[in-house]
Write a protein that binds this ligand. Structure first.
Ligand code: AR6
Length: 174
């Protein structure tokens, strides 16, 4: 399992993979953080295609082309806003990963990169988000043999450490 999932510290817009995932909002009409970076790198055609998608419910995912990005596809998912854990945030975050991976398989994606969904502006605690993300990705990969590589792309070092530790813990436990 280890070789199909890796954690790196980098900028997701530079990844040469079939699909990158965008931590978007319900409107899918752009924003700050990783969403802003993806729209800037992809160019205005991305926003034009997003307008035709009519938004995305929290925990769900929609796909567009990648335009000027190295990635062929962008999978947009809307993560939950952290509200002290009382609003189904854990399950909704898990759904973001699961639904993004399902959509990837439907589109014959072999390599996919994720950002740390919901842990920026949406304030989901990073340690908790990392456990959920790694757990969900590993469960998915265990049942799927079409995706060859999943890369967790963390922007800052603290986030990188939490995801690295979540992977290491699971390898030790297995
Ligand atoms: N590559 C990889 N990760 C990045 C990049 C990048 N280029 N830029 C930022 N991150 P956030 P959220 C990291 O706030 O919490 C937007 O306005 C960032 O350091 O982008 O899901 C949307 O439109 C953090 O670790 O997403 C929504 O309104 C992680 O990506 C809202 O923010 C997620 O931070 C979504 O909030």
């Amino acid at each position: 399992m280890k070789e199909r999932l890796s954690v790196i510290q980098d900028d997701i817009t530079r990844q040469h993979v079939d699909a990158i995932v965008n931590a978007a909002n319900n409107s899918l009409l752009g924003g700050g953080g990783v969403d802003g970076a993806i729209h800037r790198a992809a160019g205005p055609e991305l926003l034009a295609e997003c307008r035709g998608l009519h938004g995305c419910k929290t925990g769900e995912a929609k796909i567009t082309k990648g335009y000027r990005l190295p990635a062929k596809w962008v999978i947009h998912t809307a993560g939950p806003v952290w509200q002290r854990g009382n609003n189904n945030e854990d399950q909704l975050l898990a759904s973001c990963y699961r639904n993004s991976l399902k959509l990837a398989v439907l589109n014959e994606v072999k390599t996919i990169a994720f950002p740390s969904i919901s842990t920026g502006v949406y304030r989901f605690p990073v340690a908790r988000a990392a456990e959920i993300a790694i757990n969900e990705i590993q469960i998915f990969l265990a049942a799927d043999d079409s995706i060859e590589k999943v890369i967790m792309v963390c922007f800052d070092e603290t986030t990188f450490r939490y995801y690295r530790e979540a992977v290491d813990r699971r390898i030790l436990e297995s």
